[in-house]
Design a protein around this ligand. Structure first.
Ligand SMILES: [Zn+2]
Length: 475
């Protein structure tokens, strides 16, 4: 398959790749070197920023969260993809946050290719993340292909709807580029958030084994009474300006974003609703929200799952983010750099392809115990295909944005922040969702749900930390 010297796909190649599987999709851009890709830090000339938004609300009847909870019955509030394209700092850079549960493996690659194609850049310069709401689509094309072979199984992602979303992505970015605004200033701030995030692995026995999970909604009074545990209590906001006029504000906070779910009523939930509230009050600025490393963080200590709590949590998050906006002090942009690196994690040894295939094919298994093994089998196929995970960082003056995959534990973003003392670092996780949970190496010993759903070998810990260190050192 033909690529340019920069590994960029032609439009025809993109269309062909979008219709094919993992191996072909990866083969399409193997001309991109696997080693670190770093821009020289550049003095800034004419920077511009294009903002885009498009609807990604699934239709009635579409599967939610992989097909093992109630499908779409109604829409409480629409799901959106929000993004920015930074122009003038080398090839364009795209940052995008999607109100979905997950974008995994080839589905994540195809979205990045669609955004890159429209922006005139390469997929390694697209940071694509989900917010991780659960009354929302959980998109893996490879998993979909596997479950489609069994008439008794619900779909995971409807291919026609997925293709429609890619077309909307392409159209939204294409329309945004000509309207890009001049960007001259940047600002960043960190704001304490009260009574939302709590660690979900606080209940341990004498041997440090996790004995109960504090889920997104926790009704058990004893679990709720336990301490918050390890979290990152601060939301971060990084904003771009044309002179004194704010053009885009990117918000980051590390928690699962669910108040309640499973009723078939699509919602962007409290994180999305807080962002929409900021957006409604500030229509000339694009507000984006990214979920940080929240694999082991939920609102469970403070949330009993009652419908009233959605509004309470929305209010708390909105209050913190709105306060952060008042603390922003824009300064002229002096330097911008982008760095990315590929990692290829290994499969967790407990994943056995033959056993997974048997689980998927067993009609007496519950749907979750058939569709979830399909996600695991898709992950094994993806590793075999050689498709890497891209870690990237954008640095603007002393402000850093870090882009990580999947359900990384909060320890990773705290470690990343500690690598750049004195600099504000805003971390988005829930990029390529293929690996599901990414515990720390030590937590692999402690059991619990997240460890049982970690698709990668524990060596992903040093691999990920090394990748973070390298992109932060170069960005
Ligand atoms: Zn999760």
């Amino acid at each position: 398959m033909r690529t340019t010297s920069q590994g960029r796909l032609s439009r025809r190649d993109f269309a062909r790749t979008a219709a094919s599987g993992a191996s072909a999709a990866w083969a399409a851009w193997t001309t991109v070197p696997e080693s670190l890709r770093a821009d020289a830090t550049r003095a800034v000339g004419a920077l511009r920023l294009a903002t885009f938004r498009f609807d990604v609300t699934p239709p009635v009847g579409h599967a939610l969260c992989g097909g093992w909870i109630t499908s779409v019955v109604a829409v409480d509030d629409p799901l959106e993809a929000n993004g920015v394209v930074l122009l003038g700092a080398g090839a364009p850079i795209v940052l995008c946050a999607v109100d979905w549960t997950g974008l995994l493996n080839v589905a994540h690659l195809h979205w990045r290719q669609a955004l890159a194609e429209a922006a005139g850049t390469t997929p390694d310069r697209v940071a694509l993340h989900v917010v991780h709401q659960h009354n929302a689509p959980f998109a893996c094309l490879d998993t979909q292909r596997i479950v489609a072979a069994y008439p008794g199984l619900p779909h995971v992602i409807a291919p026609a709807f997925f293709a429609e979303c890619l077309q909307r992505a392409h159209a939204a970015v294409s329309a945004a580029i000509p309207r890009a605004r001049r960007i001259t200033h940047v600002a960043g701030t960190s704001t304490r958030v009260d009574k939302i995030a709590s660690n979900r692995r606080v209940a341990r026995d004498a041997a440090n084994q996790v004995v109960a999970m504090r889920g997104s909604a926790t009704r058990d009074a004893a679990l709720r009474a336990m301490p918050e545990g390890l979290i990152d209590p601060d939301a971060k906001t990084v904003a771009f300006y044309d002179g004194t006029e704010r053009v885009a504000a990117l918000h980051y906070y590390a928690t699962h974003p669910m108040s309640y779910y499973g009723d078939g009523r699509v919602s962007s939930d409290f994180a999305g609703l807080a962002r929409k509230r900021l957006q409604a009050a500030d229509p000339t600025c694009a507000h984006l929200y990214f979920t940080g490393c929240a694999g082991n963080v939920t609102a469970g200590k403070y949330n009993d799952g009652s419908p009233a709590m959605r509004e309470v949590l929305t209010g708390r998050l909105h209050e913190a983010l709105a306060a952060g906006l008042t603390h922003l002090r824009p300064v002229p942009i002096a330097a911008v750099s982008w760095t990315s690196i590929d990692i290829t994690p290994l499969a967790n040894p407990f994943l056995d392809a033959a056993a997974l295939a048997r689980d998927i094919a067993t009609p007496t298994n519950t749907i979750v115990n058939r569709n979830r093994p399909a996600f695991q089998l898709a992950w094994l196929e993806r590793i075999a295909s050689g498709l890497p995970i891209v870690i990237s960082s954008l640095r603007v003056n002393d402000l850093g944005l870090l882009h990580l995959p999947a359900e990384a534990f909060v320890e990773y973003q705290l470690a990343a922040q500690a690598m750049v003392p004195g600099r504000l670092l805003a971390t988005a996780a829930y990029g390529d969702g293929g690996p599901w949970y990414i515990p720390t190496a030590g937590e692999y010993e402690c059991g619990g749900y997240e460890v049982s759903m970690a698709f990668s070998d524990r060596r992903i810990d040093p691999t990920l930390r090394d990748a973070i260190r390298r992109v932060l050192a170069n960005a």
